[in-house]
Design a binder for this molecule. Structure first.
Ligand code: R2B
Ligand code: URA
Length: 294
């Protein structure tokens, strides 16, 4: 029985006596139902520090009691840090699509084995804005790859497979509507395999193959195509969730406006505020939903 999502149909899993979710340090000999059976939202962000911060804020915001010493991670923490606060998982996914995909496979199986139903996945991250002010929160309608195509390509057995990258429009809209007085916009997000040349920066270690004018022309073309920000996971994340049938979206703070530069020059305090804004929009949404369902 596949309760979590209609797209979960891997017949090969049935043959496993125990499924070892290696990177999470969890496996199916554990009572995953008792540990995770009530999860409704999985919120993921790149860094383990932000995952812990979001878990702590979620506990305060949603009125969930946590132990005196604060939230503690479940499973192992070499690769990812996973926290659970009531019906919310807060977990880090590392940087880039390969890391994100490992987390997605294992967290999705975890929730499937735990018997969870109707779970939503939300990536809460950072990004480079395209034509938006630093601090703006962008809620993603669709992931695009580095060629501005609405698809994610993955080489499997020597062949390139393509998957569409549409995100859940209702979830995107509802999260946007929970923005309160935080500056937010809905737009497309380009996901790349690199922070420097993959995002058209001129400030990497190597001499790029393009000029400043070519960079700006590409970023302008991206903006004209509806792209409001650039990060490193959106297309893989969108394609995975769509294929699995899990409603998902992405909520990212823009740390800078790439039409104005490449370097991230805001102070640590400002960067913290930008990230907090993205987290707060998602918490507003989750709190509203949980209150409504009570
Ligand atoms: C946003 O920020 C990280 C790079 O600095 C990367 O994980 C991303 O998508
Ligand atoms: N993360 C990215 O991937 N790009 C940026 O420009 C900022 C944060």
């Amino acid at each position: 029985m596949y309760l979590l999502a209609p797209g979960l149909r891997n017949s090969h899993l049935v043959a496993l006596n125990t499924d070892y979710l290696y990177h999470l340090g969890l496996d199916t000999s554990m009572d995953l139902k008792a540990m995770f059976g009530d999860v409704q939202y999985v919120c993921m962000g790149g860094s383990s520090v932000r995952a812990e911060k979001f878990a702590t804020k979620a506990a305060e915001d949603l009125g969930v009691e946590i132990p005196e010493g604060g939230v503690t991670p479940i499973g192992k923490t070499e690769r990812f840090s996973l926290y659970k606060v009531g019906p919310v998982i807060s977990v880090s996914h590392g940087m880039g699509m390969p890391s994100m995909l490992i987390l997605l496979h294992e967290i999705t199986k975890l929730l499937h084995y735990a018997g969870c139903e109707n779970v939503k996945f939300i990536r809460i991250g950072t990004s480079g804005g395209v034509g938006v002010e630093p601090g703006t929160v962008v809620v993603t309608s669709e992931g695009l790859n580095g060629k501005l195509e609405p698809k994610f390509e993955l080489v499997q057995l020597g062949e390139t497979r393509e998957y569409p990258t549409q995100l859940d429009s209702e979830l995107t809209r509802e999260i946007y509507e929970a923005r309160g007085d935080i500056r937010a916009e809905i737009g497309k997000t380009m996901g790349t395999d690199d922070f420097y040349e993959g995002q058209g920066r001129l400030d990497g270690a190597l001499e790029p193959s393009y000029s400043e004018a070519e960079k700006l022309a590409f970023l302008q073309r991206a903006h004209d195509a509806g792209v409001l920000n650039i990060e490193m996971e959106s297309s893989a994340f969108a394609a995975f969730c769509l294929r699995a049938g899990i409603p998902a979206t992405i909520v990212c703070a823009a740390l800078l406006n790439r039409l104005e530069g490449d370097q991230v020059t805001s102070t640590p305090e400002q960067l913290g505020q930008f990230s907090d804004g993205a987290q707060q929009v998602v918490l507003n949404y989750i709190r509203g939903k949980l209150q409504h369902n009570q």
